[in-house]
Write a protein that binds this ligand. Structure first.
Ligand SMILES: [Ca+2]
Length: 135
């Protein structure tokens, strides 16, 4: 969970009048839309914070080279996910599709990877762990 962006916004040298305009503008952390056909990884729980989008079948072997749209690193930093594709995706804790993994079913959203319900199993935390994805 990163709050740095909000803090840096407050540090901008704006007048009180301009700051008041910004106060009613949409927040930078508002949920980014995820559309049919997209797989969306979010920086924070409940599909908030910045987003990183994929298409069905698009494998990424190392999140270490990827960033959310706000520039923050994707690796070990995703907290919720929407799979609005018609494919099943596998998120791995390590690069190159290694380590523990979770299954994100087609048309399935997980609002908090910190409380992922393993099918027929326990609730585990996969928060801030994902490092690769395949299909
Ligand atoms: Ca990881």
């Amino acid at each position: 969970m990163k709050l740095g962006r909000r803090v840096s916004t407050l540090a901008l040298p704006v007048s009180g009048a301009i700051a008041a305009v910004f106060a009613v503008a949409p927040q930078a952390n508002a949920a980014a839309a995820c559309y049919q056909g997209e797989f969306c990884l979010y920086q924070h729980a409940n599909y908030t914070g910045s987003v990183y989008k994929l298409r069905a079948g698009q494998n990424v072997s190392n999140f270490g080279y990827e960033h959310f749209t706000n520039g923050d690193p994707l690796n070990d930093n995703a907290s919720s996910v929407r799979n609005l594709t018609n494919r099943v995706a596998f998120l791995y804790a390590d690069e190159n599709f290694q380590g523990a993994h979770i299954v994100i079913g087609s048309q399935t959203s997980i609002p908090d990877l910190g409380h992922y319900k393993v099918p027929f199993g326990d609730v585990i935390s996969f928060n801030d762990k994902a490092s690769s994805i395949d299909w």
